[in-house]
Write a protein that binds this ligand. Structure first.
Ligand code: FE
Ligand code: FE
Ligand code: ZN
Length: 295
C-alpha cells in the first residue's frame, strides 16, 4: 500500500493528536514530525492523554502508526568533537529525543549525520559512529541517517560515507537510511534513473536499510550541493521522475514524506500535492490554485 504523507507540526497543546489531525486533513496516511522546534532545545513533557487519543483515532481510521517517523533536531552535530562539551550536548540531546520517541511509540527517527566543520571527513565519520554507539542499543528506536546534499561540510552526501558510518555502528539492527530526492539530486545522483540508483544503493549499503523516503523537488541542478526544496513537479527533478520514486515497487512499504515549501511561506501545499501524486497527473497551475483557494 502506498504510504504518502508529509511533515506536520507538533504543538504543546495538542501534541501527537494534533499532528495526526493535521496529517488527516491533508489526506495523508503517514507523517513525520519534530518533537519540538528543530533549531532549539526547548521541549515540553509528552502528555500521554494526547498519545492515547491519537492511538484510538488511528485505530478507527486504520492508520499504520508503525511507519510514522520523527525527525531529530538539526542543532545536533555528532560529527564535531572540537569542543567535548558540545559533542556531549549533542549525544545527550539525541538520547532525550530517542526517549521521547519511545514514549510516543515511534519506531524510527531521521537524523542528519552532521557537518565536519573543518575536522575532515575521516574524523567526522568516526565521531558520528562514536556518538551513535553511545546511544544505540538502549532503545527500540531505529536511527535513519539521511543522505545529504553536501552543502558546506555536510557528511553523508555519498552512499560511501553513509556506508562507512554504518560499518562502524555496533547495533546494526537499529541503524538505517532515509533517502531524500532533493538531497540526492543536489549531491549528484540522477533521480531520473532511479532504478539504477537503487541497484547502486543495494550494492553499497543494502536496500533493506531504507526506512523512509523524503519526496521533494529541487530548486537546483544535479550536483549543485545546495539543498533547497521545491514543490512537486516545479523543480529540476520533475513530476514523472518523482512519481517513479513514489511508486517504485522495491520501496512499496516505505513511508514517503513530502517536505516541500509552503506557498508564499504560509499555505501548506501538502493536501494538493498528495492529491496530485495520487492522481498521477501533473497540474502546472497547482501553486496558483492553492493561492486562489486561500484568498
Ligand atoms: Fe532532514
Ligand atoms: Fe529531508
Ligand atoms: Zn533538505
Amino acid at each position: 500500500m502506498l504510504l504518502l504523507g508529509c511533515h506536520v507540526g507538533f504543538k504543546k497543546d495538542s501534541q501527537l493528536l494534533g499532528s495526526l489531525e493535521e496529517a488527516l486533513s491533508y489526506g495523508a496516511n503517514t507523517f513525520m514530525f519534530y518533537t519540538g522546534a528543530p533549531q532549539n532545545t526547548n521541549r515540553y513533557p509528552i502528555l500521554d492523554g494526547f498519545t492515547i487519543e491519537a492511538m484510538s483515532l488511528m485505530k478507527e481510521k486504520n492508520f499504520d502508526y508503525s511507519k510514522v517517523v520523527v525527525h531529530a533536531p538539526y542543532i545536533i552535530n555528532l560529527a564535531n568533537d572540537k569542543d567535548p562539551d558540545k559533542f556531549m550536548f549533542s549525544v545527550r540531546f539525541l538520547q532525550e529525543e530517542l526517549e521521547r520517541c519511545e514514549l510516543l511509540g515511534i519506531q524510527s527517527m531521521v537524523l542528519h549525520p552532521g557537518s565536519h566543520v573543518g575536522l575532515g571527513v575521516d574524523t567526522a565519520i568516526s565521531n558520528i559512529a562514536k556518538g551513535l554507539n553511545m546511544i544505540l542499543g538502549s532503545h527500540p528506536v531505529t536511527i535513519l541517517l539521511e543522505v545529504m546534499a553536501g552543502k558546506g561540510t555536510e557528511i553523508g552526501s555519498s552512499l560511501e560515507e553513509i556506508k562507512r558510518i554504518i560499518d562502524l555502528v555496533d547495533d546494526k539492527e537499529h541503524i538505517g537510511v532515509c533517502l531524500d530526492t532533493c538531497h540526492l539530486n543536489d549531491a549528484g545522483y540522477d533521480m531520473s534513473r532511479f532504478d539504477q540508483f537503487l541497484d547502486l544503493f543495494d550494492d553499497v549499503i543494502g536496500i533493506d536499510k531504507i526506512g523512509c523516503v523524503h519526496i521533494n523537488d529541487s530548486k537546483n541542478v544535479l550536483g549543485s550541493h545546495k539543498d533547497r526544496h521545491e514543490n512537486i513537479g516545479f523543480g529540476t527533478i520533475g513530476f514523472d521522475t518523482l512519481l517513479s520514486v513514489v511508486y517504485n515497487k522495491r520501496l512499496e512499504d516505505i513511508p514517503k514524506i513530502l517536505e516541500t515549501p509552503y506557498v508564499d511561506r504560509k499555505i501548506a501545499p501538502y493536501k494538493y500535492e498528495i492529491e496530485m501524486i495520487r492522481n498521477k497527473k501533473f497540474d502546472e497551475h497547482l501553486i496558483d490554485e492553492i493561492r486562489e483557494k486561500k484568498n
